[in-house]
Design a binder for this molecule. Sequence first.
Ligand code: BMA
Length: 377
Amino acid sequence: MNKILSVIVLSLALQVSAQDKPADKPADKLATKQTVRLFNNLKKLVTNGYMVGHQDALAYGVNWKYQPGRSDIKDVTGDYPAVYGWELGHLENGADRNLDSVPFGKMKQYIRQAYARGGVITISWHGDNPMTGESAWHPARGTVESILEGGDKHTAFIKQLDKVADFFLSLRGTSGELIPVIFRPYHEHTGGWFWWGNATTSDGSYIKLFRLTVDYLKNKRKVHNLLYAYNTGTEFTSAETYLQRYPGDDVIDLLTFDCYQGTKPGSDSIYRRQMDQALTIVEAVALQKGKIAAVGETGSNQVPDGKWWTETLAPVLAGHRFSYVLFWRNAGLKRKENQVEYFVPFKGQVSEADFLKFYKLPNTFFQKDVSYPRMYK
Ligand code: BMA
C-alpha cells in the first residue's frame, strides 16, 4: 500500500472507531466500582469459556425447599453454579414473596451468600400487568402506553419502580458495598405473551418503557449497582431484527436472548440450529458494540435425553463467545398447573452422570472457577 493510501485508510479507520467505539465501561457512567469490575470481568471471561447459571438455585430444587447450603447443581457436582438467577414478580404489589412463592427476605440472603462466594447475580421481573391487574401474561393493548409519562397508570407504575429500586439498594456485601446485579426486565419481548411483548406493544413504546425504567432507577433513585440486559426470544434472524427494539448503547450492557428446546421429536436439532444462529448474531453485535453476549434463559424441560449436556448443548455452545448460560428453575411439580418443570438434573435424574461430564469440561465455569474476588477485582 502506498503512503498516501495508507494515510487515507488510517484516518478512515480512526473516524469509524471514534463514531462507533465499543464500550469499555457500563452504560451507567456512575456505576459502582464493583459493578464496573463485574462488567470488565464478564468481558474477559468470554475468551476461555462460559459460566453456568441456575434460576432460584439456592431456594429450592426438585422435592426440597429452603435447605441452607443446598442446590440441585451442588447435589450433582459438589459445586454451585457461577450465576444465580432471581425473580422479582409481585414485588411491585408490595407482596412479601414472589410469584413463585420465594420470600424476598430469603432471596436477599441467598443473593448475599452467592455474592460472598464470588457468584454473579441476575434478576428478571415478571411484573403483573399494571393496567389490568392481571399477571405478566396478560398482553392487553395500551398497557405500556398507560404507564409511560402522561398515561393514567404512570404514577402507580413509578411507585412500582420505587419498590424495585428499594430492593436493589438493599443488597449489600459485608463491607456495605452494593452488590452488582444484571437486571433483565421486559424479557422475551419479540414474542406476544407478556404485556410488554410485540403483539400489543409497538417498538417505540417498548423502547420508551425501557429507557424510562433505566432513567428512573439511575437518575431519580441513584441505583448504580446494575448492569442492564436486553433480552429477546429466538424469533430474530439477523442483527437488524435482533436490535429492532434495542433501547440504546447508553442504557444496555448485556445482549441476551432466551432459547428453549421443545418436546416434540426432532426438537434437539431445531434447538441446536436456533441456538447456533442466535449466538452467532448476538456475539457479533456484542463484539462490535463492546457489550456482553449471554443466554438469558435456556433448557430442555425435565432433560429426558440422558446425554443432552455433552451431545446437544456443549457442542453447540463450544466456539461461541458469550458470558453465561442460565438454566431455568427446578420447580418440580407445580401443583396449580399440574405440570412438572426442571431444567438441571438432581440426584438420580437420567442426565445426572452426563451433567457431571459437562461440569468437568474445561470451558464450563461453575462457582469454584469464579471464586471471590475473581469477578469483582
Ligand atoms: C416461567 C415458569 C413459571 C414461573 C415464571 C416466573 O417460565 O417457570 O412457573 O412462574 O417462569 O419465574
